[in-house]
Design a protein around this ligand. Structure first.
Ligand code: EPZ
Length: 426
């Protein structure tokens, strides 16, 4: 297993190119199933999860051609052709690796009248149930059969428009419902829909394919079903979580970095919390400039659905706040087990107490490099951020977690002055 070795203390300075958004790509790829015409996605990030989803749709009969972009150029172009779907079952082995594979449910049901997806087995950060996805499909007229290991959804006479009211905000369930509703017969109303920018990206791509959607960017989506969608070419939005992660890296090292391609309107409460921590944020014509004296003020954070503070930024902010001049209280309201980075940050000298969903981070004067273990994608990034500021050498093990969400991390960070290298290990 590869590891990343960081010698901390260098302030980051320069420009970081932000890649296409992983969580937009992972819902735009299954959207290709909704039409027999080619869907071309531009600005796709070079990430393990994107490759995994490509292999998944290949197993459903979808061809995926990647334009041979030179590896040093960011942003791949993938053309997906779902002319003939040969399977309506998402393989269990892929689902274990990537929860997002459940996002083939809505498109397959809408296009083929059936879909089989594995029952969730949970993952590092929580149980990851899919009950809200299934209830949404039932509201569109699907019949759901829950087996030992798989859930089968079928509709004999095609999906019908329905009224979906989500009891809690769910990004994935909103995406499945939105995609399925585009081909349902009649009008669908989705209430308490997630408003994450990745949902807006999906809606805009679907509208480009001929879908009739209103309320985009709000918590109520209204979809008028159409009989078919056509192909299109769509460019994936830039990754707000990657950008926010590098903003924390710039802040903790007392650096000055321009995040090229970052979209301020997708940052939600992250900008407000970074500024409250004493980080200077400036919108430039190419993106967002982040600079800091290195003195971090404590900030309380509660994760909530967009536009409030995103759960995917909690671990990264915790790393930055571990060096604040005071105590910060973080409350994780979205996932039940998203503090696995705490133990590893403590090994580096952080002073953090967890009680249930709340973590109290008492700022310390300095962190000390140590060998630490990555457990999930965002936890891994929090260890890198801590290592960039820690005294001495930090070794982050199991970096395959990072490869799921951060394209060319070492390259991007060393280009702005980090002393970081990737060492391939057994
Ligand atoms: C998406 O996951 C993201 N993944 C996650 O990013 C992100 O953390 C999450 O949204 C919240 O913003 C992708 O987009 C691929 P949810 P998703 O459904 O859709 C509960 C990353 O690091 N729930 O919004 O799975 C669920 O347990 C990843 O990039 C149900 O109870 O999240 C959680 O507590 C991690 N029943 C809450 O809702 C359901 O049927 C929010 O989950 C579905 C969800």
């Amino acid at each position: 297993m590869d590891k990343i070795i960081i010698k901390g203390g260098n302030p980051l300075s320069g420009k970081i190119q932000i890649s296409g958004a992983k969580n937009a790509a992972l819902t735009l790829i299954p959207a290709a199933l909704l039409t027999e015409e080619p869907l071309t996605l531009r600005n796709l990030p070079r990430l393990a999860d994107v490759d995994t989803f490509g292999h998944l749709v290949n197993q459903l009969g979808v061809s995926t051609e990647i334009e041979g972009k030179r590896p040093e150029v960011f942003g791949r172009v993938m053309t997906l052709k779902a002319g003939r779907i040969t399977s309506t079952e998402a393989p269990a082995d892929i689902n274990r690796k990537m929860r997002a594979s459940v996002l083939v449910l809505g498109p397959l049901l809408a296009r083929c009248g059936e879909a089989r997806v594995p029952l969730p087995g949970g993952c590092e950060i929580g149980a990851r149930p899919i009950d809200l996805h299934l209830k949404a499909m039932e509201a569109l007229g699907a019949e759901i059969n829950i087996g030992q290991r798989f859930v089968t959804a079928t509709t004999k006479s095609g999906l019908k428009g329905g009224h979906i009211v989500f009891p809690i905000v769910s990004v994935g369930a909103t995406e499945n419902a939105l995609m399925a509703a585009t081909l349902a017969d009649g009008e669908t109303i989705i209430e308490n829909a997630a408003q994450e920018p990745e949902i807006t990206d999906l809606a805009q791509c679907l509208i480009g394919m001929g879908a009739k959607i209103s309320g985009v960017g709000t918590s109520t989506l209204i979809i008028k079903g159409v009989t078919r969608l056509h192909g299109d070419t769509y460019s994936v939005m830039s990754d707000r979580i990657e950008a926010g992660s590098y903003a924390c890296a710039a802040a903790i090292t007392g650096g000055d970095v321009e995040l090229v391609g970052a979209l301020p309107e997708t940052f939600g409460a992250v900008i407000e919390k970074l500024e409250a921590a004493g980080v200077a944020i400036e919108t430039t014509e190419n993106g967002i400039r982040v600079s800091s004296t290195g003195r971090i003020s404590p900030v309380d954070i509660e994760t909530q659905p967009f536009p409030d503070f995103p759960t995917d930024m909690q671990a990264q902010m915790m790393a930055m706040l571990s060096l604040a001049n005071g105590s910060s209280v973080l409350t994780e309201t979205i996932f039940e087990n998203r503090y696995m980075h705490v133990g590893e940050l403590e090994r580096m000298g952080a002073n953090i107490q967890v009680a249930g969903r709340t973590a109290t981070v008492r700022g310390v004067k300095e962190l000390t490099g140590a060998p630490v273990m990555a457990t999930d994608l965002r936890a891994s990034m929090s260890l890198v951020i801590a290592g960039l500021a820690a005294k001495g050498e930090t070794q982050v093990l199991r970096v395959h977690h990072l490869d799921r969400g951060y394209e060319r991390l070492e390259e991007k960070l060393s280009a702005v002055g980090a002393d970081i290298e990737r060492v391939s290990g057994d």
